[in-house]
Design a protein. Structure first.
Length: 322
């Protein structure tokens, strides 16, 4: 049951100067180990929102008499929705087997306006209404397909993860849960969720781009806006959801002692509306997806943990959300 494992089975090509954040796992699709292609096909569509023609890509696992969950999968900076949905192909098998609808929308010029005061891309500079776009997309899909409106989820990594958290802040009446990988709340974002919402975070303690302890998001010398720390992001959601502030803590088995990482899971229960907040702390991990590939050298992005498939954890978290 892998949703966002990050195992990219074809080489990703990134141009550092032109797309400095494209290597933020933007090429990794929602795939699983050993996945094979099935008949579910990727289709591409557009909708007009706020004067922009916006693109999204769709995987529909087939007609169903029962309402299907909807998962929005948000690419990282420099990525695109088509690559997210189709790069490795295995998401087709997953959507077919687990029976959910997948939408992979695209940010303006391959970036999301996640709420950072970042002057490096158009989405931030022009304050693009990406929340409005994603809500319009959810509304369109809910009216077009047999969507279970109680099971709408958003997930993403890096810039896509921060956008997922912004959606949780501003669309908690629509979403059941959000899963963000290698991402924290932007420091400039005024987050005031109206309803409790389940939140999963999965961050590396040695992430050289999105710092675990908060501060400037950096790509070498380039500053890309500030985030608060991972512990402060978790504390915010624990308070917002009214959870018991003392988590249940467990250490995952060290499946690969050679990778230099260990994963701790903190789960906060007793939250309002049956929600929960879960933090996967990847001790020693970098700007990478657990279970994914070392897509760029360690000195640039840090280590990849082999102790967990991130997508399995995210999908199981979504499934367990009431």
């Amino acid at each position: 049951m892998t949703l966002f494992s990050g195992r990219c089975h074809r080489p990703a090509v990134f141009v550092f100067a032109a797309l400095p954040l494209a290597l933020m796992v933007s090429g990794c699709a929602l795939i699983g180990p050993g996945a094979s292609r099935v008949e579910t096909e990727l289709s591409s569509h557009t909708l007009i929102h706020a004067g922009f023609e916006r693109t999204y890509h769709l995987l529909d696992p087939s007609e169903s008499l029962d309402p299907l969950p909807l998962v929005l999968s948000l690419h990282g900076a420099g990525g695109n929705g088509e690559r997210t949905c189709s790069l490795a192909g295995g998401i087709q098998e997953l959507a077919e087997r687990e029976r959910f609808l997948v939408a992979c929308p695209e940010g303006i010029e391959n970036n999301w306006n996640d709420g950072r005061a970042d002057n490096s891309n158009r989405a931030h500079l022009e304050d693009i209404d990406d929340v409005g776009f994603l809500l319009a997309l959810i509304d369109l899909l809910s009216n077009t397909y047999n969507v279970d409106t109680d099971r709408i989820y958003v997930t993403g990594a890096s810039n896509g993860g921060m956008m997922s958290l912004r959606m949780a802040c501003e669309a908690s009446d629509v979403l059941a849960a959000a899963g963000a990988v290698i991402a924290s709340l932007p420091a400039d974002l005024n987050c005031d969720p109206e309803h409790p919402i389940s939140i999963l975070l999965m961050n590396g303690t040695e992430d050289p781009l999105v710092p675990f302890e908060g501060g400037q998001v950096r790509f070498f010398r380039r500053e890309l806006g500030e985030v608060i720390s991972t512990p402060d992001t978790v504390a915010f959601w624990v308070a917002a959801d009214g959870c018991n502030p003392k988590p249940r803590t467990e250490q995952l088995p060290d499946l690969d002692p050679r990778d230099g990482t260990r994963i701790q899971v903190d789960t906060y229960f007793g939250c309002e509306g049956g929600t929960s907040v879960v933090l996967y702390t990847v001790n020693g991990g970098g700007h990478t997806l657990p279970g994914g590939t070392q897509y760029v050298l360690k000195f640039v992005i840090g280590r990849v943990s082999r102790d967990l498939h991130s997508g399995e954890a995210i999908w199981e978290f979504f499934e367990a959300t009431p």
